[in-house]
Write a protein that binds this ligand. Structure first.
Ligand SMILES: [Cu+2]
Length: 178
C-alpha cells in the first residue's frame, strides 16, 4: 500500500525531544512525590501512561483528519518492563471498524506500509510507534478525528492481554505530543 499523494508528508518523530520529555516527567514526578508522598506517584503516571503488570503504553496520539478521510494513524510508545517476552498482536477502536498494526518503510522518497502480524517486545524493550515506522492504522473512520478530542484504542498482547488507552488527537500537522 502506498502513501496517497494527497496526504501530508509524515516526518520523523524527534527522538531527542522524546528523551527530554521523559526527563521532564521524571523531574515532575519526583517533586510531586516529595510533596504528596510516594503513594501519589502512580496517579501522576496514570495520566500519560497505561500499564499492565509488565507492559506500559505512554504518549498515545493521533493527528486530526480532514473531512472525508477514511484512515488515521495512531502513535504511542510501548515498554516491556517485565522479565519475559511479549508481543503486540492486534488492535481495535470504537472509531473505526478496522485497526491494523502497520510499519512504514521509506525507500527513495516513497513510503510503503506493511502489515505486521506481530510486534515483538523483548524484556526491557522500548518500541516507539511514530511517523515513518510502526503505527496503528485505523481504517473506515466513522467520522473525522477532531483536534482536542480523545479516542479510545485497545491493544491486544500475547501475554498482557487487552489494554485500552486514551489517544489524544493533536493538530493535523502535529509531529508528536509536546
Ligand atoms: Cu498504515
Amino acid at each position: 500500500m502506498l502513501w496517497g499523494s494527497g496526504q501530508p508528508e509524515p516526518y520523523a518523530f524527534s527522538r531527542e525531544r522524546s528523551v527530554r520529555r521523559g526527563l521532564k516527567f521524571a523531574v515532575m514526578g519526583g517533586s510531586v512525590a516529595v510533596v504528596l508522598g510516594i503513594a501519589a506517584a502512580p496517579v501522576i503516571a496514570a495520566s500519560t501512561e497505561i500499564c499492565s503488570e509488565e507492559i506500559c503504553i505512554s504518549d498515545a496520539w493521533a493527528r486530526a483528519t480532514p473531512p472525508g478521510a477514511e484512515t488515521a494513524a495512531v502513535y504511542f510508545s510501548i515498554f516491556n518492563k517485565g522479565r519475559s517476552a511479549d508481543a503486540l498482536l492486534s488492535a481495535s477502536s470504537s472509531v473505526a471498524p478496522n485497526a491494523m498494526v502497520h510499519r512504514s518503510v521509506q525507500t527513495r522518497g516513497v513510503v510503503r506500509m506493511e502489515m505486521m502480524a506481530r510486534v515483538e517486545l523483548a524484556p526491557g524493550a522500548h518500541v516507539t510507534f511514530a511517523p515513518i515506522g510502526y503505527h496503528l492504522m485505523l481504517a473506515g473512520l466513522k467520522q473525522p478525528l477532531a483536534q482536542g478530542s480523545t479516542i479510545s484504542v485497545t491493544l491486544n498482547f500475547v501475554k498482557a492481554g487487552k489494554l485500552t488507552l486514551p489517544v489524544q488527537v493533536l493538530g493535523i500537522a502535529a509531529s508528536g505530543p509536546k
